[in-house]
Design a binder for this molecule. Structure first.
Ligand SMILES: [Ca+2]
Length: 172
């Protein structure tokens, strides 16, 4: 029993559990080549070398129709199961048309798969038209039995261009 603490610590390390407040994903797109390898890309997604704040790299999603254009990246299930995940992201919009459906337009989402069904958690305060960099947030409580958790950023159901940068996912 005297090794209980170290044993527990080793177990935590082995299963990759994240501590409260731990950053489980951070992406600033300042290395577009690395971002290309790490992110899933639909047609319409590009990584820019200097389109971000202060001339840094960023993610660009462009659509001239209503087809979804998303960049995706998986979160480590072991780090997020049973936890509240908060994702913050900077978004800039250019000529984004407002669609009839309130849930469409610029998209910053946490996609959660459980029991074969998917649920999308969306960012609040969606903006349209043209606007400068602004921080948005999306929050999701991840079930203990989630089978897939993925970040998705882009544009859906509305023509326009949306830029993303400084993505950070933190668990509580
Ligand atoms: Ca950047």
């Amino acid at each position: 029993m005297k090794n209980g603490f170290s044993g527990l610590f080793a177990a935590l390390l082995l299963c990759g559990a994240a501590g409260a407040g731990e950053i489980v994903l951070e992406e600033n797109f300042n290395d577009p080549a690395a971002a290309t390898k790490l992110w899933g890309k639909m047609s319409g997604i590009t990584f820019l070398e200097n389109g971000g704040p202060d001339g840094s790299g960023c993610l660009k999603a462009f659509s001239d129709n209503r087809t979804p254009v998303l960049a995706t990246r998986l979160l480590d299930l072991e780090k997020v199961r049973g936890r509240k995940v908060t994702v913050t992201v900077l978004i800039k919009g250019e000529n984004v048309q407002k669609p009839p459906e309130s849930y469409l337009g610029p998209k910053a989402m946490i996609y959660v798969m459980k029991d074969g069904k998917g649920t999308w958690h969306e960012h609040s305060g969606r903006l349209f038209g043209t606007h400068d960099w602004k921080q948005f947030q999306v929050v999701a409580d991840i079930p203990q039995d989630a089978t897939k958790v993925e970040l998705q950023f882009g544009i859906q159901g509305a023509p326009g261009t949306v830029y993303f940068d400084n993505i950070k996912a933190v668990v509580e």
